[in-house]
Ligand binder design. Sequence first.
Ligand code: GUN
Ligand code: ZN
Length: 449
Amino acid sequence: MTSNQKALRGRAISFSGNPFERPPAECLVHHEDALILVEDGRITAFGPYADLAATLPPGVEPVHYPDAILTAGFIDTHVHYPQLEMIGAYGAQLLEWLETYTFVTEQRFADRAHADRVAGHFLRELLRAGTTTAMVYCTVHPQSVEAFFAESERFNTRMIAGKVLMDRHAPPALLDTAQRGYDESKALIARWHGRGRQHYCVTPRFAPTSTEAQLDAAGALLREHDAVFMQTHLCENLAEVAWVRELFPERSSYLDTYDHAGLVGQRSMFGHAIHMHEADFHRCHEAGAALAFCPTSNLFLGSGLFQLFDAMDPARPVRVGLGTDVGGGTSLSQLQSLNEAYKVVAMSGRKLDAVRAFYLATLGGARALYLDDRLGRLAPGYDADIAVLDPKGTPLLDFRTRHCDTLEELLFVLMTLGDDRAVRATYVAGECVYDRSRAGDPFRYPARV
Ligand code: GUN
Ligand code: ZN
């Protein structure tokens, strides 16, 4: 054996296809007793223990999780790490919430030490929730990006993040200019994009806080760099949509403000996308752009109900990932996002079954990010980013899951009642970076502060 070989054993789920396009049962891979072999951070084999046990390298003893469910780590396609400090802020819809809470909180990230502290907390909370990859907004300050990627690099997590671009309609301390935002983003791309498992994301906050010149500069950044990502907000709130119409009277839609600047394409992620027209979905489908469904946030801020099955219409399916959108969202747990997603979908008379739900939180997110060749599945060649779920994680889960007859029912109860307490351990590139039962600090790397 070499020290970079490992094995995990337990009940496991994964996906072999998209359950929004094919019958869900055909897409779910399930082994009652699975073995996952890992070498150098990648999965080398995944299948029934009985079939694979003989291939275990000598000296490699599987870590056995007999009562757990192993899954690919969760993927959060829309979240703001600086807003962890203001999660659960009372009483406002989007635009007032931004002024009252968000823009106040984000000013503190001019201080690198502060950014380091919050990035440390944020990353640990993600891992505690079983999330191993996220697409993350930092603040307008380049040091907020440095702090985030530095912490991510320590844990070796695959993260996508970027400096917020804002050159109008925000407090002066949070504004850059089109040129400065471009220059600072370019320098951050040079420093971080493709370094280890870090990816850069060009991040115009949303059309109201960027001039057309800044949106154009963001488009130039995308054209000039290979495989960088783009994230922004779209059609979240009716007052916001009306404001964009006033600010960009010459554009045919909110989406068109971004499209005109070259921001709608593969690796573009639009957060919320609630108040969409058919033409918008059609354009996203055609361009290969993705939408982030952020149910806890959309409900908390009173923004509206994302039309998941409209977005996924097989006639012109749009890629959709699941986002927590903390601090607009109320939990970093993707199980809690799924709990609320089920209710949002139910309001439109449809049902989100557990197989589709877990797909959204794993392989669906990876597909939305064009990372589905390496993330989102338990399969040979995939990164060994794994969440170990505990169906007995709370007394109520323990009690309730005794009455589950099928795997689908068990997964559904997990997503309805589960949160970070239903995560027993989290593996990143094959390393156990979080273990709830570890004495002292459950995280592999101690907090810096
Ligand atoms: N729109 C522009 N900025 C934000 C933000 O920080 N959070 C949410 N939910 N929507 C936004
Ligand atoms: Zn957001």
